[in-house]
Design a protein around this ligand. Structure first.
Ligand code: FE
Ligand code: FE
Ligand code: ZN
Length: 278
């Protein structure tokens, strides 16, 4: 079975997200840990979480993916912003233990003119401060489009980060199809080659999840504008290969495509399920 879900609003709690997922034939989902603007996170309702975990088990859900606020920048040039990002990250990891054994994805950061090596060094230092032996959560670095001074649009940069982290077994990578295409990897004609490159540079054992998004822009554009599945520059044939590829077919896929409501996601989930070869 294809393991797929979409990005949902966490505002009505975990049980609501599981129910929404069930209503669109999803068996996982992604959510922001807090307001993307980075405000205080909502209190955890333990009853709600327990109910959600049971419901997920009954319905064969696979790992869910929490997403750090996209405004979080671990390697900002501003010390105050860096400190806030680190505290948010650390608090999110503590809260993740209410839903143990899942995954937490974040954008590595933007070095804002400090240079990529300085950015990478700061990211490593923060990870070495916030990751703990006890955590059950796997922390995923997202592959980025290379907009502005984003760190993580090259596999080499993600590899450098992982190399510097002490608790490597807590680390993974989330491959965003829109982002890697925008970053210049040939998702359309050579997804197999992209995975070989990933393996050569990072090691495929770190590949834990896929953000499955089409792109409004051609390969190498560094834009990061998501498009609906099959309506962008990547196209449906490439997605059929991606979901069926022997290396990626068992991974959880998360849609972050632009839709007004969750029924838009249902259409994409149904389409992708119909293209999946069991
Ligand atoms: Fe993201
Ligand atoms: Fe993404
Ligand atoms: Zn994006």
């Amino acid at each position: 079975m294809l393991n797929i879900g979409c990005h949902l609003s966490a505002s009505k709690g975990f049980t609501h997200m599981v129910e929404e997922s069930l209503s669109i034939n999803a068996n996982t989902f992604q959510f922001f840990t807090r307001n993307p603007r980075g405000g205080k996170a909502k209190e955890i309702d333990e009853e709600d979480v327990k109910k959600a975990i049971n419901l997920m088990q009954e319905n064969n859900f696979v790992k869910i993916l929490a997403h750090a606020p996209y405004t979080l920048n671990l390697c900002s040039a501003d010390e105050g912003i860096r400190k806030f990002a680190k505290e948010t990250f650390s608090d999110d990891l503590k809260r993740m233990e209410y839903v143990p054994n899942n995954m937490y994805n974040f954008h590595p950061g933007s070095h804002v003119g400090q240079g990529i090596d300085v950015g990478i060094k700061i990211i490593i230092d923060v990870l070495n401060e916030v990751l703990t032996e006890e955590q059950t959560t796997t922390v995923l670095l997202e592959t980025m489009a290379g907009k502005g001074s984003e760190v993580g649009s090259k596999f080499e940069e993600l590899k450098q980060i992982i190399d510097g982290v002490n608790l490597k077994e807590k680390m993974g990578v989330c491959l965003d199809t829109c982002h890697i295409s925008d970053a210049g990897y040939d998702v359309v004609n050579d997804f197999d080659g992209v995975l070989k490159e990933f393996d050569k540079i990072i090691d495929l054992k770190y590949l834990k999840a896929i953000h499955i998004n089409d792109s409004m822009n051609p390969m190498g554009s560094h834009k990061d504008r998501h498009q609906k599945i099959g309506q962008g520059e990547i196209g449906i044939d490439a997605f059929e290969k991606i979901i069926n590829h022997p290396i990626t077919r068992k991974l959880p896929f998360f849609l972050e495509t632009p839709h007004e409501d969750i029924m838009g996601y249902k259409g994409e989930i149904d389409l992708l399920r119909s293209l999946y070869k069991d």
